[in-house]
Design a protein around this ligand. Structure first.
Ligand SMILES: [Zn+2]
Length: 160
């Protein structure tokens, strides 16, 4: 097997930003920049690239390799370290910049399941900022695979 070309994470973010700047509706691009705490009036390639880097800092290199392949048709090995984010108390994926009680933040919204981190650790408790309990969020994830199932391939029954 020919070794795959190595591509640093920053290069993938640059590619994603170039495509995003090209295809996104202007209002969506401005909303995205605001979400990433950037000046929505500055839609320069550099600003979009910074927002993309921020948004996908915690994603795996394998995921970024798939995105690169989807956009270019070329299979590569993505190199560099993903940011080690906090684990979402609801779904368990490492999606959160901040946790309540583990720093000065909190109130991040999980990009996998949509749960807003507000300190609750009881799975069946409903607190005001979220629209239901963690159990209800996970049920919604399971019931809406076309929205929430984000792994690239469907899993078969073979187990190792
Ligand atoms: Zn989550």
């Amino acid at each position: 097997m020919i070794p795959a070309k190595k591509v640093p994470r920053a290069e993938v973010f640059k590619l994603i930003a170039a495509v995003r700047a090209d295809v996104a509706h202007e209002a969506d691009l401005k909303d995205f920049l605001l979400d990433m705490h950037q000046d929505s009036g500055n839609t320069s390639p550099q600003a979009v690239q910074e927002a993309v880097s921020d948004c996908y800092a915690g994603t795996s290199n394998g995921f970024l390799a798939l995105v690169y392949e989807l956009l270019t048709g070329r299979r590569v090995e993505v190199t560099g370290e993903p940011q080690n984010l906090f684990e979402c108390p609801c779904c368990g994926f490492k999606t959160l910049d901040e946790l309540l009680g583990a720093g000065d933040g909190g109130w991040d919204i999980c990009r996998v399941c949509g749960w807003e981190e507000e300190g609750t650790r009881e799975r069946d408790k409903h607190v005001s900022v979220n629209r239901g309990s963690m159990n209800q969020y996970m049920q919604r994830v399971q019931e809406n695979p076309n929205v929430y199932y984000t792994l690239p391939w469907l899993k078969g029954r073979a187990q190792s």
